[in-house]
Design a protein around this ligand. Structure first.
Ligand code: SAM
Length: 223
């Protein structure tokens, strides 16, 4: 296959069932110990009524938000993951790729108080997508991104570029996934160019771990 962005989405078509199993069996330690709670608390801290979960996967965050009375809408580009999120009890989950969203080809609603992306912005050219999402937010709407912490995963190569996740530590059969490594300044520049002002940054960390498990960026739609 052609470019890494296409191979990236294609890898999710191949890995969807294994991903559902990994999430629902709780086999990803960093999620259980740190990052699930971190994004949930960061969202709840904003007291949103209506949230868009971008790249929602099998929908665990949609369910966690709905349990707390929040109107949670998901969107994802993989049909198996979307079907699984719907079957698990989330009625509002759209099937759309980031390319379709960037070109506003799919109606996924508007008036969101907050849009979040939990380890779901993995492609290179995120700015058109973020611009499109910005337009779906209320006037002072927020964007929350949780991603791999660039300093924890740089492996001595601290520059933007495509990398490959082999899923070596995961059970089952996985197709390797290309993903785009972004430095901290690159993340901040992307937010700025897409029309967001950084509100706060967190580095969620387990007390017994020497490095953070993720980077959480909270940004506000620029007026
Ligand atoms: C690491 S998973 C995270 C899923 C979910 N946010 C979670 O926390 O479990 C990345 C998600 O991004 C979605 N994704 C990746 N590239 C995409 C694209 N180009 N268009 C739509 N969804 C995409 C995948 O289908 C997958 O569900």
């Amino acid at each position: 296959m052609h470019n890494p962005s296409e191979r990236l989405l294609q890898s999710w078509h191949c890995n969807a069932e294994a991903w559902i199993e990994a999430i629902r069996s709780g086999s990803i330690e960093s999620r259980l110990q740190v990052t699930d709670r971190a994004i949930l608390l960061a969202i709840l801290g904003q007291q949103p009524q209506r949230v868009l979960d971008l790249g929602c996967g099998e929908g665990w965050l949609l369910r966690a938000l709905a349990d707390r009375g929040i109107d949670a809408v998901g969107v994802d580009g993989d049909p198996t993951l979307v079907a699984s999120a719907r079957a698990a009890g989330s009625p509002h989950v759209h099937l759309a790729t980031y390319a379709q969203l960037s070109e506003s080809k799919v109606d996924i609603g508007t008036g969101y108080d907050l849009a979040c992306a939990n380890f779901a912005l993995l492609h290179q050219d995120i700015i058109p997508l973020l611009v499109a999402i910005e337009a779906l937010l209320v006037a002072d709407g927020m964007l929350l991104i949780q991603t791999l912490h660039p300093w924890s995963v740089s492996a001595g190569d601290y520059q933007d570029g495509w990398r490959e996740e082999s899923f070596a530590g995961f059970d089952g059969h996985w197709k390797p996934m290309p993903w785009y490594f972004r430095t901290l300044s690159s993340w901040l520049a992307a937010l700025d160019m897409a029309g967001f002002d950084l509100n706060s940054a967190q580095e969620p960390q387990h007390p017994q771990q020497p490095t953070p498990q993720s980077l959480l960026l909270l940004a506000r739609r620029r007026r």
